[in-house]
Design a protein around this ligand. Structure first.
Ligand SMILES: NC(=O)C1=CN([C@@H]2O[C@H](COP(=O)(O)OP(=O)(O)OC[C@H]3O[C@@H](n4cnc5c(N)ncnc54)[C@H](O)[C@@H]3O)[C@@H](O)[C@H]2O)C=CC1
Ligand SMILES: O=C(O)[C@@H]1CCC=N1
Length: 276
């Protein structure tokens, strides 16, 4: 689908919270005409782009066909609502799902027809165009469907594809949940900075700006994180003193491993939710 055609496409978004809202905001930036977007969410979205229609349930939807339907409710909600939206989906509709865990097989069951379904695991930096989106297409999805998905998500950050659906569990653990790990590290670093520097406002600023600068450097440099770390670390200097604490007994390595495994396991559990 060409970009001009995409602007005319009818899009239905089911669930518009933090992640759905961030994606719609990106799409309204010249990609899809806001007038062609309908959101179904019982909770009004506070920062809706002008023109986008919001309704609180399927009975209020005024269009009877959508080119794209995006599922952005919590995985636990999906089994309760899936049957309500079948009337708005035709064989030509591409279903996109950003829900963690929920497998294409469960989404295909929304309708009787063979349905193109693409799962996309985004993350919240999509809000600033620096998201990571990982996609998996079911067997029905065509190359045109995949190209459309690339077009819709590229403005929000980088788009990657996996070809084995079970990889989506690991993907969710790494990039879907990943921003929260860095934010937690930032919380710890800010708290520690405030214990070290009397000016607490400056302390917090230094910690956050440093994490931002380091992330940007890592993204723009071809060198691996280890090489960048070594560049900061003078023999017997201050960084070495800190790293000896952070790296002692491989505690952080083990924690990172356990954390990713826990997230991946939770994604697998969410995939086992039964239709209501
Ligand atoms: N927040 C994140 O970082 C990411 C979230 N996701 C996935 O995105 C999905 C949404 O997550 P968030 O946006 O974080 O959650 P959220 O709680 O902010 O948004 C969910 C929205 O669904 C709405 N909702 C509840 N019941 C509904 C119903 N019956 N019909 C229509 N809408 C209904 C809620 O009012 C809410 O606005 C989840 O499936 C999650 O796994 C995926 C990647 C990252
Ligand atoms: O925590 C969650 O389940 C969702 C999926 C990835 C990020 N947030």
């Amino acid at each position: 689908m060409m970009k001009d055609e995409l602007r005319q496409s009818k899009v239905l978004v089911i669930g518009c919270g933090r992640m759905g809202g961030a994606i719609i905001k990106g799409w309204c930036n010249g990609l899809v005409a806001p007038d062609n977007i309908t959101i179904v969410d019982p909770t009004p979205f506070p920062d809706l782009v002008s023109g986008v229609k919001q309704v609180s349930g399927p009975e209020e939807i005024t269009d009877d066909f959508f080119d794209v339907v995006m599922l952005a409710v919590k995985p636990q909600i999906f089994p309760k609502i899936m049957s309500l939206y079948a009337p708005f989906i035709s064989e030509k509709t591409l279903i996109l799902s950003i829900m963690a865990g929920v497998e294409t097989q469960a989404i295909e069951a929304m309708t009787d027809s063979k349905q193109a379904v693409i799962r996309v695991m985004p993350n919240t930096p999509a809000l600033v165009g620096a998201g990571v989106m990982v996609c998996f297409a079911n067997a029905v999805a065509t190359p045109q469907n995949e190209a459309l998905c690339d077009t819709l998500f590229s403005p929000l950050g980088s788009v990657h594809w996996v070809h084995d659906e079970s990889d989506m569990h690991a993907v969710t653990a790494i990039s879907g949940s990943g921003p929260a790990y860095l934010f937690y590290f930032a919380e710890c670093m800010v708290a520690a900075a405030k214990n070290t520097l009397k000016d607490e406002v400056l302390a917090a600023k230094l910690a956050k700006e440093t994490l931002y600068g380091a992330a940007l450097l890592m993204q723009q440099e071809a060198r691996e994180p280890m090489a960048l770390r070594q560049e900061v670390t003078s023999p017997n200097g201050t960084t070495q003193a800190a790293l000896e604490v952070l790296m002692s007994d491989g505690v952080l390595d083990a924690l990172a491993n356990n954390a990713l495994q826990a997230a991946s396991k939770r994604s697998l559990e969410l995939s086992a939710l039964e239709p209501a």
